[in-house]
Design a protein around this ligand. Structure first.
Ligand SMILES: *[C@@H]1O[C@H](CO)[C@@H](O)[C@H](O)[C@H]1NC(C)=O
Ligand SMILES: *[C@@H]1O[C@H](CO)[C@@H](O)[C@H](O)[C@H]1NC(C)=O
Length: 452
């Protein structure tokens, strides 16, 4: 430019200064026009409206008000041939998960990733975890900057001692299972999460979604139902007291009702002599199935928390509803109902008779459309993705689902950043709560304050 100006300046030396100004003005005009066209798009108004909406601060305290249901209408500019669009942001889908140890978080992170891959709703994760698990999860979550829907994560870090103390306050529980004390926390989720969380989906870490989790969230339950999980009345297992007839690995929990019926007992409740509070629901159920506990607790309870859930489900069928097998296609005992990837053109009439392990269940004659895959009973490793069998093409699970595991496992977290980058609001809101107080202690504390 300098050379050109010099050239013209040489030709018209008197006008050199004015000419430079002219050239400058021309470039300013050109670049602002270019900027205008680059940024202009008919959807910009819609976009900014959506951005504005998504940027609204989400309730920040732990006592969330009623679920967020918002509807807003945005109108396209007049020259765009579209109708007004109504965008409804649905309720958040709420998960309560337990991840104790690094390995458990490695599996659980994959579960969370698949939830975010398929969801059409905002998501809340309430994760009961230890420091190792939280460290790993925070690393993955840091990669998530602009998901399609808002994500809220709350880590609850009770100490191992506080969990053991809660189990002891029940008085008769013990665990035979690898998952130990943290695994037993599946019976206490409603006591750890704040009472403002009224419903949640619980999933074990060794599972992945292959469908929108909103479908599971929206499964209609009877008003009397406190818990729903898959139910296999055809599974006879005398050595486990038939506890394998259910799987407490995927549960839709009505937390509000579990609190109302006081699912688990505590000696904190016994000090209060007040008939307006119900006695805990589970002790009669545990006794009916396992007999009187001795000084070490109930005998013969197998499969950890599942043995206790089984006693509850058997004794109180009124608060239980079976869940469609779609939501727990399991590699353990059920051979994933003999369905899997491949032959994508197969008809429903052709698929139904190939389905196995449904005879005598509520799923008999009803097609399973897999929505969640559960990779349990893949023994010999701490992290199921590292199972030797995945490299053996003769393994049935590998034939049916191996590619699904490698696809979801390999899918990069940064690919989840498919949404708008919000300038003001946080699309990913992660916080930790270290002072976890179980509801029975909270009750005792509040009652004491009340009484004094
Ligand atoms: C939409 O909004 C985002 C965030 O403000 C911005 O980065 C993006 O360029 C906008 N897209 C369009 C098409 O205007
Ligand atoms: C287990 O279930 C079978 C029926 O499937 C029943 O006959 C048996 O009595 C049950 N056993 C226990 C311990 O509940």
């Amino acid at each position: 430019m300098a050379n050109v100006a010099t050239l013209f300046g040489t030709l018209w030396p008197a006008n050199r200064k004015r000419f430079r100004l002219l050239v400058l003005a021309f470039f300013v005009l050109l670049s602002s026009t270019l900027l205008f066209f680059r940024d202009y798009s008919p959807f910009q108004e819609w976009n900014s409206s959506l951005n504005h909406h998504l940027a609204q601060p989400r309730p920040s305290n732990e006592d969330l008000p009623a679920p967020l249901i918002s509807t807003f209408t945005v109108t396209a500019p007049p020259h765009v041939q579209t109708q007004a669009v109504t965008v409804t942001v649905p309720d958040p889908v709420v998960f309560s998960l337990i991840m104790w140890s690094h390995n458990s978080a490695v599996e659980g992170a994959l579960l969370i990733k698949t939830i975010l891959m398929y969801t059409s709703s905002p998501t809340e994760f309430h994760i009961i975890c230890d420091q190792e698990a939280r460290d790993f999860l925070q690393g993955r979550l840091a990669l998530l900057t602009s998901p399609l829907y808002p994500v809220k994560v709350r880590f609850y870090q009770p100490t191992l001692q506080s969990m053991m103390d809660r189990v002891n306050r029940e008085g008769s529980l013990r665990s035979d299972h690898d998952s130990g004390i943290p695994g037993l926390m599946k019976l206490f989720i409603h006591e750890i999460l704040p009472s403002s969380i009224k419903k949640s989906i619980y999933v074990d870490t060794d599972a992945i979604f292959i469908s929108d989790p909103t479908l599971l969230w929206n499964v209609p339950l009877k008003p009397t139902t406190a818990v729903s999980m898959s139910y296999h009345p055809d599974e006879n297992s005398p050595m486990w007291h038939n506890a394998s007839k259910i799987c407490s690995c995927v549960m839709l929990l009505n937390l509000e009702m579990l609190r109302q019926v006081r699912l688990m007992d505590s000696n904190s409740y016994h000090v209060v002599k007040d008939d307006s509070y119900p006695s805990a629901l589970s002790p009669p159920a545990f006794r009916a199935m396992y007999g009187e506990p001795d000084q070490n607790g109930y005998l013969n309870v197998k499969l950890g928390d599942q043995g206790y859930w089984w006693a509850i489900v058997e004794n109180r069928p009124d608060i239980f509803e079976p869940l469609s097998f779609d939501f727990e296609v399991t590699s353990c005992l059920m051979d994933t109902y003999s369905t899997g990837l491949g032959d994508d053109g197969r008809s429903e009439d052709d698929e139904l008779p190939r389905q196995s392990h449904t005879k005598g269940t509520q799923q008999e004659g009803i097609l399973i459309r897999p929505k969640l895959l559960h990779f349990n009973c893949l023994y010999g490793v701490d992290v199921y993705m590292e199972w030797d069998g995945w490299s053996n093409p003769e393994e049935y699970v590998t034939k049916r689902w191996g590619p699904a595991v490698s696809y979801h496992h390999g899918y990069k977290w940064i690919w989840l950043n498919q949404g708008v980058q919000s300038r003001t609001g946080r699309m990913v809101d992660v916080r930790t709560l270290t002072n976890v107080e179980f509801a029975d202690l909270q009750f005792a504390r509040e009652y004491a304050i009340h009484a004094s």
